[in-house]
Write a new protein. Structure first.
Length: 500
């Protein structure tokens, strides 16, 4: 054994740390063997006896093994007769009392200790594990330091989320990951079984660690590890790791967008620009929102990370990439609209993209101008309110119908065919667009006195929508500008003749 390995072993052995977690792993494996997919019977008594043995092995200080052994056998006995709530209660409380009997004290003191042990079931493992890792931070060699895992937990978790979003948004990345067969291992992994292992560990831990060793004393309360854990998970080092990782990941996505969207390079076989555009527009907006939220948290005023010039530079670079990501999403949406026409949802998506882009630019402004998060929130609210206020005025149904007519296959000789069913859903305000369609596609000039011939699908739909439109100029209570404008239009363009 090398000197480094021997040093690690000595540090782990101190205070029974290695022994406790080794026993925990063995007991969880035993629980899997006894209970997972098996009928319940003798397995309960076996589990109780093994937990008692594990508690005796990991108990710190002087032990009273004989009376604890008697108690653990008495706790297991009812489950031999049959399994039920009563026998389960004796098994659980009896095991806790047997652990308490390993220490000195009166029977009532030991009963109180057993109840305190039971209260630790389900949560105690987490603060104890964090406390043990923090305690070992200064003792273990850096390579074997468990605290390093906590420092990478947040970057890798967010990185996995971004990778999943990029895989969904970008078919090139999605197909590349699919070729790696990363999901084969996940398909073989049983998530419900892993959840069972977690529950078994949370249930078992208090029995083998009823009270942590003295050198864990600073971490024996549930609140003690919180501040140190927050520093490890969201401190300057973790944020730096995350920003370096995120900038690299986003650079790949940005490079692909520049290659295929902005430069128009040929996509891999089997992919069309419409597919590339459609898959990316919405997931990438969610990605930008998540990135903006992280950037706000990473540069929270008053924190060590917010005072770091390196962190600020990485955040600014990352936000700039996200702005480019939003621009790419807008281009994706434009390509998709060219292929499949404009709809109310796609117009709303464009507005959301512009709002997200504005929010990202405001984050840059907040960092550069050293403003507060309250300023950022208020400014975003004003922009959102102003945008929504402006959106209350336009005739969106007419705008969408006009756009689809002007860019449809019959009029522009490119793009998709006009979707008459969708235009009908826009209501009577789409009538001027249908008139334009008829005028542009008419094979013969209209008869004298007619604006255009009322024939074909557009003409029939126009008549249907006109019949649906009702406007009473004498009813001032029901007046609105766009209905009045349509009424004026229909009065000026009423077609009462047929083509000669």
């Amino acid at each position: 054994m090398s000197s480094t390995s021997a040093s690690v072993s000595r540090h782990l052995a101190r205070g029974g740390l290695a022994r406790r977690f080794l026993v925990l792993a063995l007991l969880v494996g035993l629980a899997d063997f006894l209970f997972w997919g098996q009928n319940i019977g003798l397995s309960v008594a076996t589990s109780v006896l093994c937990v008692g043995a594990g508690a005796a092995l990991t108990h710190a200080g002087p032990r009273k093994p004989l009376r604890a052994a008697v108690a653990i056998f008495l706790a297991a006995a009812p489950s031999l007769a049959g399994f039920g709530l009563l026998s389960l209660g004796f098994a659980v409380f009896g095991s806790a009392y047997a652990v308490a009997l390993l220490d000195d004290g009166t029977p009532w003191q030991q009963a109180g200790a057993a109840l305190r042990l039971l209260r630790r079931i389900g949560w105690r493992l987490i603060p104890d594990a964090v406390g043990a890792a923090i305690q070992a931070e200064k003792q273990l060699p850096r390579l074997f330091n468990p605290v390093l895992l906590l420092g990478w937990l947040m970057p890798l978790t967010f990185g996995a989320v971004f990778l999943a979003l990029f895989s969904s948004a970008n078919p090139v990345i999605g197909e590349g990951l699919a070729k790696l067969n990363l999901w084969v291992l996940l398909d073989q992994f049983s998530w419900d079984r892993a959840l069972f292992w977690m529950v078994a560990a949370l249930f078992t831990w208090p029995f083998i660690a009823p009270h942590p060793p003295a050198h864990w004393a600073p971490f024996t309360s549930a609140k003690a590890p919180v501040s140190r854990s927050r520093e490890l998970l969201f401190g300057r080092s973790a944020i730096l790791r995350a920003l370096i990782l995120f900038n690299a990941m986003f650079a790949v996505q940005t490079a692909l967008d520049i290659t295929y969207l902005w430069l128009g390079r040929r996509l891999p076989d089997g992919l069309t620009y419409a597919d590339y555009a459609h898959r990316g527009a919405y997931p990438l907006i969610f990605t930008a929102l998540l990135a903006g939220l992280f950037a706000i948290l990473a540069t929270k005023p008053g924190t060590e990370a917010s005072r770091s010039r390196l962190v600020q530079a990485l955040v600014l670079g990352w936000i700039a990439q996200n702005v480019l990501l939003v621009l790419s999403s807008i281009l994706r949406l434009d390509l998709y609209v060219q292929a499949y026409s404009l709809t109310e949802l796609r117009l709303a998506a464009l507005i959301r993209m512009l709002l997200v882009g504005a929010g990202l630019i405001l984050i840059i402004a907040r960092i550069v101008l050293k403003r507060s998060n309250l300023w950022l929130l208020q400014t975003n609210f004003l922009i959102l309110a102003g945008t929504l206020y402006f959106c209350a005025f336009p005739n969106d149904a007419n705008f969408i119908a006009m756009y689809d007519v002007k860019h449809c296959q019959a009029v522009a000789h490119s793009g998709p065919p006009l979707d008459f069913a969708y235009v009908e859903g826009l209501g009577p305000r789409a009538i001027p667009a249908l008139d334009l369609y008829e005028k542009q596609t008419a094979a013969q000039p209209a008869a004298k006195g007619c604006i255009f011939p009322q024939s074909g699908a557009a003409g029939q739909l126009r008549q249907t929508l006109a019949a649906q439109f009702s406007y009473d100029p004498s009813d001032w209570r029901g007046w609105n500008f766009w209905d009045w404008d349509l009424a004026v239009y229909l009065a000026a363009h009423d077609v009462k003749c047929s083509k000669t």
